[in-house]
Design a binder for this molecule. Sequence first.
Ligand SMILES: Nc1ncnc2c1ncn2[C@@H]1O[C@H](COP(=O)(O)OP(=O)(O)OP(=O)(O)O)[C@@H](O)[C@H]1O
Length: 264
Amino acid sequence: MSLTLAAASLTRGKRRLLDGISLTLAQGEQAALIGPSGAGKSSLISLAATLAAPDGGQVSLLGEAPWQLGARARRALRARIACVWQSPPLPARQRVIHAVAAGRLGQTGTLAALARLMLPRDGSAIERTLARVELAHKLWARSDVLSGGERQRVGVARALYQAGELVLADEPVSALDPYLAAQTVRVLCEDARARGATLLMSLHSVELALAHFPRIIALRDGRVAFDLPASEVDEARLAALYEGDSPAGPALSSPATALTPARC
Ligand SMILES: Nc1ncnc2c1ncn2[C@@H]1O[C@H](COP(=O)(O)OP(=O)(O)OP(=O)(O)O)[C@@H](O)[C@H]1O
């Protein structure tokens, strides 16, 4: 299995963000994660990206138990996992070419990686990757002059360039217009399919989820509400899922650690 969560839970302060989540994704499988705001979608992606360790249950990624590995082995595992964040953490002065090149930073030794980052050898491959998200013209632009949607597409290009065996995407198209959103989801799905990579993507747009994914995993209040083939997700299930959106769990009693995006 590419991704397995077995009764996985995640707690911050007194709040249970994820409550006994069990699911598996086979190598090459593609699933969309949907659910109301606050359902736990980003928390689940954070667990799968090893940004957070479960405080109950197990997480297994690409056949490894990340939290039983030493730091070095966990870094090597992370290099096989590509992440796309809703707000990609791009340093302001970084140029797009370097931001995309950073996708492969974890795949070589430190010195080679730094040299590659300063002076990307495969600028034309990076440009072609950017062209897939209609951003080739921004190759040398600085990150701080990009729009929110352009930043998101740089994050997508970085993941495409990384070519991870497991691709995790948390609301990767929330800042894009409907045409680009559909186009970008399609590119991520096609790329994963062509490489036999596994893809898990959280989406607010149920329409995009149903149009592009064969499997829909729905979360509500930190639990799996349903996990079904897209063809079996009907209006009644969606109405029950989104009806009466409510915050999950009790209020925090103490400041909690934010699940901040980091490079996978
Ligand atoms: N570090 C934290 N400390 C305390 N509560 C948190 C923390 N991170 C998230 N939460 C809470 O956990 C719940 C789940 O958050 P999460 O971001 O996973 O939901 P989501 O489904 O991705 O929501 P959205 O669709 O709005 O992005 C929310 O109620 C959120 O306020």
